[in-house]
Design a protein around this ligand. Structure first.
Ligand SMILES: Cc1ncc(COP(=O)(O)O)c(C=O)c1O
Length: 396
């Protein structure tokens, strides 16, 4: 057995089922395994590698960042973090940013800020409820997993953070009933990822916004997976014409380095005092410098227009697959985030695709999930869909 696989099986906690190859290199949308097999990366490290592998912008930023202090702690000012915060605020609804190291940590902070806002600004100690939705995924830590709908992620670890109730996603009546005067925050993914690649209906986010305003609850958009260009607009919520009070982002933000961020309005920021929250590594100069370079590329209007153009091409190709493979009943998504609804287990299609040299993901039992790097070309989309078509033919 390959030594890496042997060591992993013996020493690493077995929380993931990994395939039996080891990736040793990557270039653009391609990954190379130790036996020289080339895989087209249709998952981007779960929506992280938006610029693919070995992108010159990331390489140059890494080199520059390595020549400066790597870590300073949050006890001191650091220029890249302050500049990145400005970049994020100037490109969004937000007035302030708190940095974190992951999506889960960003959501934890968002919940804390919402609870503090209810106490400090609204003067309400009983306004602690958090409403989340069916199909949601917000992370694995005790607060984030409490707001994650999938029972099997949550149940073995109870008691998790109390106060969370679930409403039905895309069901306005259910959301309105769940959000009450005792709700301090509502958390929703504008396009659900792990739950099955499900975009919110056109009027759903606006209806939640209205209900939050009626009840004094804060609206949190979790754009950890769908944000920063993934759906073809910088923020996934843009086309809905609705703004949150808080937004969490993470995955693609720092080109593969761990970084999360909580963006918020000034009203939310006003509730937070020095000492209320912190994080040792978060927003360090190394990761922030790289994130600035990545964000300046991903946020360019021309880059995003080009993603949308290639997304249309990918969508046409995926709709062709629906017509020609009876195991695929529909396709849904936005930008470079797509789900194929399948009549057979999605895991079987993921395995068959791997045999064809294509790495993709599932999102629940019957949804195959595609999250290719945002830089994928039309010619590479052709290769992706050909490989997927072969995999579907084999499974179907
Ligand atoms: C929408 C969403 N929120 C939060 C998370 C948790 O992020 P992390 O794994 O970085 O903690 C994920 C991870 O998949 C996610 O998709």
């Amino acid at each position: 057995m390959n030594e890496t696989i042997m060591l992993e099986k013996q020493y690493v906690l077995q929380t993931y089922n990994r395939p039996d190859f080891v990736i040793i290199g990557g270039d653009g949308v391609w990954l190379v395994a130790d036996d020289r097999t080339r895989y087209l990366d249709g998952g981007s490290g779960i929506a992280v590698n938006a610029l693919g592998h070995g992108h010159p912008v990331v390489r140059a930023a890494l080199k520059e960042a390595a020549a400066a202090p790597i870590h300073l702690s949050n006890l001191y000012h650091n220029a890249p973090m302050a500049q990145l915060a400005r970049d994020l605020c100037e490109s969004s609804f937000a007035a302030r940013v708190f940095f974190a190291n992951s999506g889960s940590e960003a959501n934890e902070g968002a919940f804390k800020f919402a609870r503090k806002y209810a106490r400090a600004v609204l003067n309400r100690t009983d306004k602690t409820g958090i409403v989340a939705f069916s199909g949601s995924f917000h992370g694995r830590s005790m607060g984030a997993v409490a707001a994650t709908a999938t029972e099997k992620y949550r149940a073995p670890f109870e008691p998790v953070m109390p106060g969370v109730t679930f409403a039905a996603f895309n069901n306005i009546a259910s959301a309105r009933a769940a959000i009450t005067k005792k709700t301090c925050a509502v958390i929703v993914e504008p396009v659900q990822g792990e739950g099955g690649v499900t975009p919110a209906d056109d009027d759903f986010l606006a209806a939640i916004r209205r209900r939050c305003d009626e009840t004094g609850a804060l609206l949190i958009f979790d754009e950890v997976q769908c944000g920063v260009g993934r759906t073809g607009t910088l923020w996934a919520h843009e086309p809905f014409g609705v703004q949150p009070d808080i937004m969490t982002v993470a995955k693609p933000l720092a080109g593969g380095l761990p970084m999360g961020a909580i963006l918020m309005t000034q009203a939310v920021a006003d509730a937070i005092q020095p000492g209320d929250h912190g994080s040792t590594f978060a927003g360090g100069p190394f990761v922030s410098r790289v994130a600035r370079a990545v964000f300046s590329t991903l946020s360019q209007a021309e880059f995003l227009a080009d993603v949308r153009h290639r997304s249309d091409y990918l969508e046409r190709k995926l709709r062709w697959l629906v017509k020609h493979h009876p195991t695929v009943t529909d396709v849904r998504g936005r930008g470079m985030m797509w789900g194929l609804l399948t009549t057979v287990p999605a895991a079987n299609i993921v395995a068959a695709a791997q045999e064809q040299g294509l790495l993709i993901l599932s999102a629940g039992a019957n949804v195959v999930r595609l999250l290719p790097p945002l830089v994928i070309s039309e010619a590479e989309i052709d290769v992706l869909t050909e490989k997927l078509s072969l995999a579907l033919a084999e499974v179907g």
